[in-house]
Design a protein around this ligand. Structure first.
Ligand code: PMP
Length: 283
């Protein structure tokens, strides 16, 4: 059975869902997106994702495509129609269809709103149990990573570079400091139990999962420092991990071929993952 996807107010079979060749999302990557996870058929942290969607839209002077209530209703309808117990809802807004021109079209040009679901094992994922290997690479992305745009070629190239180096993912480094993972936020825990993750700014995406995990970390004996860190500091760390909507918390067991700690998923990373899932399921 093919998926039902949402395109501009309509629920369509995957094969019938079409976007114009002149859509600015296609021609200019002039669009933003959000990914919300689904557990037991329910959206997780979705309100935070919608708040960030509005921020991305505002930074690009793009109008909201529909009311929050209409977006939520469509997300929930898609979950139901596609029988998603565990997985994600992807949502994308583009500036719509116009003659190809670098200048934005008239403000009343209707935006394009697309949503689809994916089934995905989130809780019992092998990466959560085994941990992942990270390779560090230069951060060659643009300078407004706080806007969640669909311009994702640089992180896509970075992910392939990591795979070629025998790793699962990459941490990107700029001016000597780690910014974030290709599609996640990056963290280390020092030998004296300080949780370090890059401060929020234009250099990284302000992760919705990041905010929740930092809040949950307050419940542990970790001290939190939101600041830049180097790969050298990471090599010496006791633990490392990444967070995102669809990974929650994945322990990092190797950095550039060197074991992190004893090379096993860390105690704190595992604990933070448990706390996050517990809270998500209780919501
Ligand atoms: N950084 C980048 C570059 C990302 O692509 C993502 C996930 N989309 C994140 C961080 C994590 O954000 P969130 O926790 O909101 O999924």
């Amino acid at each position: 059975m093919s998926r039902i996807v949402y395109v501009n107010g309509e629920f369509l079979a995957e094969a019938d869902a079409k976007i114009s060749v002149f859509d600015r999302g296609f021609l200019f990557a002039d669009g933003v997106y959000e990914v919300s996870s689904v557990l037991r058929g329910k959206l997780i942290d979705n309100a935070g994702h919608i708040v960030r969607l509005h921020r991305s839209l505002a930074e690009l002077e793009m109008a909201a495509p529909a009311s929050d209530a209409a977006i939520l209703a469509a997300q929930e309808a898609l979950i139901q129609q596609n029988n998603v117990e565990e997985g994600l809802v992807y949502l994308q807004v583009t500036r719509g269809v116009a003659d190809r021109d670098f200048a934005y079209p008239a403000a009343d040009t209707p935006s394009t709103l697309v949503m689809f679901t994916q089934h995905k094992t989130l809780i019992d994922s092998p990466q959560a149990k085994q941990g992942i290997k990270i390779a560090s690479i230069p951060d060659i992305r643009w300078k407004r990573r706080d806007i969640k745009t669909v311009g994702l070629l640089a992180p896509s190239m970075g992910k392939m570079q990591a795979k070629k180096a025998g790793a699962d993912d990459a941490w990107m480094v700029e001016e000597g400091y780690v910014t974030e993972g290709t599609s996640n936020n990056a963290y280390i825990i020092t030998q004296d139990n300080v949780l370090v993750t890059r401060h929020v700014g234009p250099e990284i995406l302000n992760g919705i999962t990041r905010r929740a995990v930092l809040r949950l970390a307050e419940l542990t004996e970790l001290r939190i420092e939101e600041r830049s860190f180097t790969m050298e500091e990471a090599y010496a760390a006791k633990e490392a991990f990444v967070t995102s909507a669809t990974t929650f918390v994945w322990p990092v067991i190797e950095l550039d071929g060197q074991a992190v700690g004893d090379g096993q998923p860390g105690v704190f990373a595992t604990k933070l993952r448990e706390l996050y899932i517990e809270e998500a399921l209780a919501a």
